[in-house]
Design a protein around this ligand. Structure first.
Ligand SMILES: NC(=O)c1ccc[n+]([C@@H]2O[C@H](COP(=O)([O-])OP(=O)(O)OC[C@H]3O[C@@H](n4cnc5c(N)ncnc54)[C@H](OP(=O)(O)O)[C@@H]3O)[C@@H](O)[C@H]2O)c1
Length: 229
């Protein structure tokens, strides 16, 4: 069983993970809006995951000949704007929830409908799920909900080991946006992020690749943080 499923490979962590798994000889199946030109030899279906009504079809098309997956990595995510809850509309929160939460529900449902034998599923979560620092509004809420979603599905997928994993700080377009454009006076967590050690996407992908097998020792449905393992 050497098949890997990954969402969100256009940049950052997902792109580095896809490349690493190809280099390790896995067959990679990916859903994303963008296929980076330097990412070769993967099975790719282009999908804008914010179009929720198309998610099931895209997964079915991508995995039509796949019976087994070694791991499914639910990586695609969006930050939304860092700003106070009071300033954030329900529409903005909903848009973040669509990608960070509901897409993953639809993907898990499709895995079940297709009856694919999956050893492990890892949803890329965040420390923001529990920190709930000022301004992290929809991102914190959606990642906390993602942790809950994974635990809920762990009861319904007894043959699969599921975890939500915070990957640590990775210098990706998402984190660069926070470091370069968010007001650290108003949102003090940004100051702390600036002072914290960070990994390159390639370093993070290698660390996660080594961490995924270790997750199997924990109870299915757990939320774990790579920095605390
Ligand atoms: N960087 C960090 O320090 C950090 C820390 C904790 C958690 N995370 C989590 O790590 C995951 C990856 O984020 P990243 O840091 O690598 O940021 P990133 O570079 O912004 O990557 C986000 C990924 O999500 C995909 N994506 C976003 N919207 C999409 C859409 N509508 N349809 C399809 N794909 C979409 C993007 O692919 P396309 O380009 O193809 O749209 C991209 O590959 C996210 O879940 C994030 O919350 C990151």
């Amino acid at each position: 069983m050497k098949n890997v499923f990954i969402t969100g490979i256009g940049s950052g962590l997902g792109k580095a993970l896809a490349k690493l798994y190809v280099d390790k000889g896995y067959t990679v199946y990916a859903l994303s809006r963008h296929l980076p030109p330097d990412l070769k030899d993967i099975n790719f279906v282009q999908a804008d995951l914010s179009q929720l009504e198309n998610v099931k079809c895209a997964v079915e098309k991508l995995l039509k000949d796949v019976k087994e997956l070694e791991i499914g990595i639910l990586n695609a995510g969006v930050l939304g704007e860092i700003k106070d809850m009071h300033e954030t509309s329900l529409k903005e929160l909903k848009d973040v929830f669509d990608i960070n939460l509901w897409v993953n529900k639809l993907i898990l449902d499709t895995f079940l409908d297709l009856n694919i034998n999956i050893k492990q599923i890892v949803a890329i979560s965040s420390g923001a799920a529990v920190n709930c620092n000022r301004g992290w509004s929809g991102y914190s809420l959606s990642k906390a909900s993602l942790n809950c979603l994974i635990k809920l599905y762990s009861h319904e997928m007894p043959q699969t080991h599921l975890t939500a994993l915070a990957p640590g700080l990775v210098l990706t377009p998402m984190l660069n946006h926070i470091l370069e454009e968010v007001d650290e006076q108003k949102f003090p967590s940004v100051k702390r992020l600036k002072a914290s050690p960070k990994m390159s996407p390639e370093e993070a992908a290698q660390l996660l690749y080594e961490t995924f097998p270790k997750l199997l020792q924990y109870e299915s449905g757990s939320f774990l943080d790579v920095r605390k393992m």
